[in-house]
Design a protein around this ligand. Structure first.
Ligand code: HEC
Ligand code: HEC
Ligand code: HEC
Ligand code: HEC
Length: 155
């Protein structure tokens, strides 16, 4: 064959072999069609076990009850009853051993996530009691005036 045909042919062969070698090296053994069809079958099988072993970081409100009874009962009777403790205090996995205490965020941002007035007509976010953060006591932490565990009350 002529050179101008052979040369690109070699390039193509090299490319394909490089891809095949890379595939052999990087694609895990258990990746493929692990089921009856492509729709649900095309995945890495070990991934299922990986996710089963994934530690769930959130404990849920009932976990807090035995040690923080007071906070638990005030939140449960308040307008914030629908909000999980960990929504404001962060995931409690390992607490109270490690971390011994959960960090407390007293920033206005914690509350403004839900209470800054946003023009979302028709969405439930738009139905939350809302304030304009630039006009509503802008330099003071919300928790100075509102009790986060019972926001109908003064803090
Ligand atoms: C087995 C007991 C126990 C459980 C369950 C527990 N805590 Fe605690 N928590 C403690 C102890 C002990 C401290 C450190 C002493 C303290 O500040 O009260 C603490 C501290 C905290 C603090 C910091 C208090 C401060 O003044 O700095 C927060 C916030 C907190 N816990 C939230 C939670 C939340 C939310 C949950 C549930 C997801 C929870 N805790 C579950 C025992 C517990
Ligand atoms: C809407 C957000 C929010 C929710 C929900 C919430 N907290 Fe708090 N929590 C705060 C803030 C903010 C502070 C700091 C208050 C302050 O410094 O005046 C705080 C303080 C605390 C403290 C330390 C001071 C104290 O009152 O003892 C503990 C413990 C605590 N929270 C536990 C809980 C538990 C348990 C729940 C759920 C039953 C919960 N929190 C739900 C925002 C929240
Ligand atoms: C995850 C969303 C969320 C966060 C974060 C949150 N709130 Fe709320 N807040 C709510 C919901 C939901 C209600 C109840 C709305 C209703 O009853 O229609 C509420 C109600 C209130 C009310 C009105 C109480 C009443 O009925 O008079 C105040 C005031 C309030 N929150 C203050 C705060 C403050 C201060 C913080 C921060 C420490 C905070 N909220 C953080 C969702 C949130
Ligand atoms: C200096 C005290 C003070 C601070 C700081 C403060 N508030 Fe208020 N807030 C009030 C008072 C008093 C009212 C009730 C009178 C009114 O509606 O203005 C109120 C009303 C509200 C309402 C309306 C409740 C309803 O029924 O509609 C929301 C929501 C609210 N505040 C959220 C917040 C949030 C979020 C922050 C922080 C970003 C904050 N407030 C900071 C004193 C304060």
């Amino acid at each position: 064959m002529k050179n101008h045909i052979l040369r690109p042919l070699w390039v193509a062969i090299l490319l394909v072999s490089a891809i095949l070698i890379a595939r052999g090296l990087y694609v895990p053994d258990d990746f493929g069609v692990n089921g009856r069809n492509f729709t649900y079958g095309f995945h890495r099988k070990g991934n299922i076990e990986d996710w089963k072993a994934f530690p769930v970081k959130y404990r849920g409100r009932d976990y807090c009850k035995e040690c923080h009874e007071d906070n638990y009962s005030s939140v449960s009777d308040s307008a914030h009853a629908v909000i999980q403790c960990e929504n404001c205090h962060g995931p409690a996995l390992g607490h109270p051993d490690n971390p011994e205490a959960l960090e407390i965020d007293r920033s206005r941002g914690l509350c403004l996530r839900c209470h800054a007035d946003l023009p979302y007509p028709g969405s439930q976010r738009g139905d939350l009691p809302a304030i304009n953060p630039d006009e509503h006591n802008p330099d003071t932490p919300c928790a100075d005036c509102h009790n986060p565990h019972n926001p109908e009350q003064e803090g």
